[in-house]
Design a protein around this ligand. Sequence first.
Ligand code: HEC
Ligand code: HEC
Ligand code: HEC
Ligand code: HEC
Length: 131
Amino acid sequence: MKKTLIFATALSFLACAAFTASAIASDKGPADMTLESTIDAASKPKPAVFPHAKHQETLECAECHHGKDADGKQAAYTEGMKVEKCESCHNKAAGMPAKLDTFKAVAHANCKGCHKATGKKELTSCKACHK
Ligand code: HEC
Ligand code: HEC
Ligand code: HEC
Ligand code: HEC
């Protein structure tokens, strides 16, 4: 009787842990977003539209997401890691190199950089992202 109870408790614990793990792994963030600086807010904001889910269909998360290690260096994206907002690291007060200290700079490097590499002009025009 006691054994059965322990077994059942262990099972429900395992089920719970598995559920939590899959809930973390499947946090893909919003399907569509409007990106805008909030920490170093611009006097004339220029919001950018971003179809997140559409990009996730063809790209690895690591193409855009990464973290920071204890030495302040870039840490590669790992499955299930906590995804933070770009600007939480890339802002004026975070001690980043000058070319990487604004949301605009890293967004243009990442987003526009890849769009440019596709060779499709319509993807690099300002209006592609800033409607
Ligand atoms: C093409 C680039 C790109 C790809 C690929 C991508 N993301 Fe994102 N993701 C972003 C950007 C940009 C944001 C918004 C960050 C911000 O607000 O500063 C974001 C936001 C998120 C957020 C919400 C973070 C928050 O706190 O607001 C989560 C969670 C997330 N992404 C998970 C994923 C996962 C998981 C994958 C892979 C399956 C993925 N993303 C693929 C660019 C990308
Ligand atoms: C947890 C902190 C952190 C977050 C969040 C973060 N970054 Fe970074 N990022 C870094 C660090 C650290 C570096 C390396 C800086 C250096 O070279 O000194 C870096 C470098 C970069 C670079 C230049 C090097 C390269 O890989 O091309 C780009 C572009 C970049 N980040 C874009 C982004 C984008 C876009 C987001 C949001 C989707 C983002 N970062 C979110 C910490 C972060
Ligand atoms: C690694 C490559 C890559 C990165 C990084 C990337 N994109 Fe894209 N993006 C694409 C490709 C490829 C398409 C075209 C997809 C299609 O037409 O099916 C696209 C399409 C789009 C579109 C739709 C354009 C239209 O008019 O149909 C928008 C908006 C967009 N991206 C915004 C962004 C933003 C904002 C970021 C950065 C947060 C970003 N993208 C980062 C590859 C990328
Ligand atoms: C591939 C997508 C993409 C393209 C193309 C693009 N941008 Fe951006 N831009 C962004 C993202 C993402 C941000 C950061 C979020 C925000 O503040 O809008 C940004 C930020 C900015 C900002 C800062 C706004 C602020 O609130 O701090 C300005 C100004 C800007 N872009 C101008 C331009 C101009 C001018 C062009 C055309 C020459 C252009 N961008 C093309 C994605 C793009």
